[in-house]
Write a protein that binds this ligand. Structure first.
Ligand code: NAD
Length: 305
């Protein structure tokens, strides 16, 4: 079986590539290395340094004729989507359409998309389900939601089979320590550099932190399951920033000192995604709770540095 992973040199994509290789897939990566790195990619994988919006990327997919395409390449930063809105829309919408069109022409059997909880905006619900109203409050959430709609219409008009996976806050080894989603990577890097851990607000804000290997598991399950569905990839558990710091204190015996700043304007207080649909349709329950996942990430990153 052949798979194309767009964004395969990035944080999540590179772990997915490893999972596909373990399963015996011939894997091709399309990545322009804007945030991804070649060092993330196993040496025997076919890496094509191309922009997902390019004619060359489309032609490559037509040439490879993959069975499955995992579309992860994206402008994935909320703040950048506000400062560079045109690029965000161009990469996340035009880029997705270019890859969809290639999949349609190449007769791809399954298209699996990396979407986000940002499509819900500030929904103010304890546990969000896939049927809840989408109301993005960032251009990033909006461009991802628009891409979802194109995917659904490509199925309607061209029978391209898909699964849309909406991820919670993904963490794990190789995550770049930046951006609003990268708090765990920022903290672990901060511990290595003996920097204090910055907390914006009282630290009681919560997120649904999901380990990257659980995201890989859900993507692999989607090859055969979850056709024409939108499915959360999440733990269904809230974890606060203060709880993350507590766990890191237990792991790091050289002192962990949080410093509290004013909350960032527009920061969502709580976000937690139900994972009942993933358990039922993908048979994919998370293997890592936050303690085990943080220990795995901490040990991997500290050993690598
Ligand atoms: P990442 O930045 O590490 O990976 C994105 C990859 O896409 C990078 O390798 C980058 O070089 C590549 N890329 C960007 N623009 C491109 C273009 N125009 N052409 C070709 N390649 C391009 O980010 P990540 O955290 O691994 O995110 C992967 C996907 O998961 C994204 O679609 C993101 O929106 C989604 N997602 C991530 C999270 C999270 O918590 N990390 C949460 C929800 C959804």
């Amino acid at each position: 079986m052949k798979a194309v992973v767009t964004g395969g040199a990035g944080f999540i994509g590179s772990h997915l590539v490893e999972g596909l290789i373990t399963r015996g897939f011939e894997v091709h990566i399309i990545d322009n290395l804007s945030s991804g790195k070649l060092e993330n990619v196993p040496s025997h994988v076919h890496t094509h340094v191309l922009d997902i919006r390019s004619k060359e990327a489309k032609e490559l997919i037509l040439q490879i004729k993959p069975d499955v395409v995992f579309h992860l390449a994206a402008q994935a930063d909320v703040t950048t989507s506000i400062t560079n809105t045109i690029d965000d829309a161009s990469i996340n919408i035009d880029g997705t359409i270019n890859i969809l069109d290639a999949c349609k022409e190449a007769g791809v059997k399954k298209f699996i998309f990396a979407s986000t909880s940002a499509v819900y905006g500030d929904i103010q619900k304890d546990l969000i389900s896939e049927d809840d109203l989408t109301n993005p409050i960032s251009y990033y959430g909006h461009s991802k939601l628009t891409a979802e709609k194109y995917i659904q219409l490509y199925n309607q008009y061209h029978q391209l089979s898909y699964t849309i996976l909406r991820y919670g806050n993904v963490y794990g080894p190789r995550q770049v320590a930046k951006g609003e989603g990268g708090v765990i990577a920022i903290y672990i890097e901060g511990l290595g550099n003996k920097n204090p851990l910055k907390v914006y607000g009282d630290g009681e804000q919560t997120r649904d932190f999901i380990h990257v290997l659980d995201v890989v598991q859900a993507n692999l399950a989607s090859i055969e399951k979850g056709n024409q569905e939108i499915i959360h990839v999440s733990t269904g558990q809230r974890t606060s920033i203060n709880q993350i710091i507590q766990i890191l204190k237990q792991l790091h015996d050289q002192g962990v000192s949080p410093v509290y700043y004013d909350a960032k304007p527009g920061d969502i207080k709580h976000s937690c995604l139900s994972n009942e649909k993933a358990k039922c349709m993908l048979n994919a329950a998370p293997l890592y709770n936050i303690q085990d996942g943080l220990r795995h990430t901490y040990l991997s990153e500290i050993t690598n540095n």
